[in-house]
Design a protein around this ligand. Sequence first.
Ligand SMILES: [Zn+2]
Ligand SMILES: [Zn+2]
Length: 170
Amino acid sequence: MDGDAGQQGGQAAEPPTLNGGCFCGKACFQAAGPVVMVYNCHCTICQRLHGAPFARFVYFAPGAITPKAGSEEFVGSFRTSETVVRYHCRVCASPLYGEINPKGFECTCCPLTALERGPDGRVLGLEGLKPMGHNYYVHRVADADDDLPKNDALPPGFESLDCGKMYPHC
Ligand SMILES: [Zn+2]
Ligand SMILES: [Zn+2]
């Protein structure tokens, strides 16, 4: 992580910032919109680290997700592959977010389940965060009973997508 606590300008036209955090509440983050895409990941790393058949991720531009003030010391990280660094709460071990930097593709993402919830327990803005498909489906431990695209690895064109170029203001 960088140690840069940059100030964001309060321009009215900017997309909303989403809030998220861990189970115990020590590690909170903010994700500067817009949301670029939403995918389910069935890779074996996500299965093990999330303790679930798959993890649903919300993707943002590079650098869009940062710890909130006071949360930095509770955010731990480790590299899970050559191109992915994952961040988690040092206290409760909840997955927080990740940075992906393969060649030609850069983004940050967080599990949809880490995003802020309303009083009813539902993730805020859930209706606008529909998944676009299943990635690494070849490694699935459970079938997905839906009509979304099922990709053996990443979807076609994913590797060449540059979220930073799509949203240079982020
Ligand atoms: Zn925690
Ligand atoms: Zn994965």
